[in-house]
Design a protein around this ligand. Structure first.
Ligand code: GTP
Ligand code: MG
Length: 194
């Protein structure tokens, strides 16, 4: 897949704005601020394809990026405390609606901050994916922030924390130093080809 040719396609704030489902879609899901937009930029070797911000809740729409033969889909981050109930409801409906609308979803990349135990929302999302027919992998983000000993400890803990989803692949990932980027690109290419 030509990640270097990625282009912004559109931002959908409501379900009717979703583009027609055509090429395979690769979906990036995770809580607000976990690093979804940064991961997309890293995969595509671009600084500002997807907007990154220190302010959580930046991506409030479903953002589509077009590659030849595939779309990358940046979901709004869930779990951000400081947005209104109404806005949270809107995001939840948008995300649920997206997954349930029968699109060609080839792979879901669920992002979890490697430093912390998964949140209740993360676990809910993982349960949902495990019970769905979607193929998915877990990207453990911000791996650069852990020292070797902490990292070893977290890897062991994560295995326990995510033990209810069997056989899923975990990829430590850093948008800072590029760890895991090649592996995630491989998962995506494989999923799109099949
Ligand atoms: P929303 O759009 O709010 O859902 O957030 P997001 O998941 O798209 O996160 P985003 O990529 O905007 O990153 C949030 C913050 O984390 C930014 O300050 C990034 O620079 C930082 N960040 C993301 N990935 C990494 C990483 O791998 N390592 C480090 N050190 N910082 C990261
Ligand atoms: Mg984002």
């Amino acid at each position: 897949l030509r990640f270097d040719l990625a282009q912004f396609e559109l931002a959908a704030a409501m379900l009717p704005q979703l583009p027609p489902s055509s090429d395979a879609e690769i979906v990036f899901s995770g809580r607000s601020n976990v690093g979804k937009s940064s991961l997309i930029n890293k995969l595509c070797n671009r600084k500002a394809l997807a907007r990154v911000s220190n302010t959580p809740g930046k991506t409030a729409t479903i953002n589509f990026y077009q590659l030849p033969g595939a779309h990358l889909v940046d979901l709004p981050g869930y779990g951000y405390a400081k947005v209104s109930q109404g806005e949270k409801r809107r995001w939840a409906n948008l995300i649920e609606g997206y997954f349930e609308s029968g699109r060609r979803i080839a792979l879901v990349i669920q992002l979890i901050d490697m430093r912390h135990p998964p949140t209740a929302d993360d676990l809910g999302m993982l349960q949902y994916l495990a019970h769905s027919d979607f193929r998915f992998i877990v990207a453990l983000t911000k791996s650069d922030k852990l020292k070797p000993m902490q990292r070893k400890k977290r890897m062991e803990e994560i295995e326990q924390e995510l033990s209810m989803i069997e056989g899923v692949a975990y990829v430590p990932f850093s948008s800072l130093n590029g760890e895991g980027a090649a592996e995630v690109r491989d998962w995506i290419s494989k999923a799109v080809e099949e």
